[in-house]
Design a protein around this ligand. Structure first.
Ligand SMILES: C[S@@+](CC[C@H](N)C(=O)[O-])C[C@H]1O[C@@H](n2cnc3c(N)ncnc32)[C@H](O)[C@@H]1O
Length: 227
């Protein structure tokens, strides 16, 4: 890694910042309860234990995690060995510090950076996690976020996997409460997923990767793609 904990010079738009700025230290303290507990159960209809299971299936001992939030999955998932090599990337220093401290037992490396830009990381990984990141990114639809996969593919070893989940905006049925929350979050720029569909996600994965898998639970798409 060239420059640990430095802000990238490349352009970061206001829209991009909105999806990251909300993660204050106080919000991160209630994130697990509010987002992973209440929202996943009652709004998105996707139990957090399924996402944790997905992490357990795909995480490797050489893992890059992007958009780390509170670090719940990294803290609770089972790595294949006791001393995994972990790099954390986020656009928000609160998320990075909170997660780095939470999983301090693994001695992770941190990088403050924007996933829309090529990341200045010199090592490559067997797994990359981008959980609940895509729906926070601005864009007219999920196709406009395709550059993220292109950038990250360069950091994957051959046979390596990129995986995660994302809340879709279209083509799935949101209950009335989820519709309201989606509307508010998209208006504030916290989410940018109004037009995100499974079909477009599939089109990106098909274009960039050797093989891929997608399945839907409630409003959430689970995806995994192999280089
Ligand atoms: C919803 S949280 C996801 C947390 C965690 N991965 C999980 O599944 O619980 C989204 C995280 O992505 C980060 N983020 C948002 N936009 C980003 C960007 N353009 N580049 C890097 N990180 C970003 C936010 O700061 C936040 O920490």
């Amino acid at each position: 890694m060239k420059d640990n904990n430095s802000t990238q010079k490349a352009e970061i738009t206001i829209d991009t910042i909105s999806g990251a700025a909300i993660y204050s230290k106080s919000l991160l303290r209630i994130y697990d309860f509010f987002v992973l507990g209440l929202s996943n159960t009652f709004f998105w209809k996707c139990p957090t234990k399924l996402i944790l299971h997905f992490y357990n299936q795909h995480v490797s001992e050489k893992h890059l995690d992007i958009g780390v939030g509170s670090g719940y999955f990294l803290d609770n998932c089972k790595f294949p060995n006791a001393n995994p090599h972990i790099v954390l990337v986020d656009l928000n220093s609160n998320s990075l510090e909170y997660t780095a401290q939470r999983i301090g037992r693994y001695k992770p490396t941190t990088l403050l950076a924007n996933v829309f830009q090529p990341l200045p990381i010199e090592s490559t990984f067997d797994s990359i996690g981008i959980n609940y990141l895509l729906h926070c990114l601005p864009g007219n639809n999920i196709l406009s976020k395709g550059i993220v996969f292109k950038n990250l593919k360069a950091l994957l070893n051959d046979g390596g996997i990129i995986f995660g989940t994302t809340i879709l905006g279209k083509g799935i049925s949101h209950n009335i409460f989820a519709q309201q929350l989606m509307r508010i979050y998209n208006a504030k720029g916290i989410f940018g997923n109004t037009n995100d569909t499974r079909e477009d996600l599939e089109a990106i994965l098909k274009k960039c990767f050797r093989t891929y898998d997608i399945h839907i639970v409630g409003s959430v798409a689970f995806f995994a793609a192999w280089k």
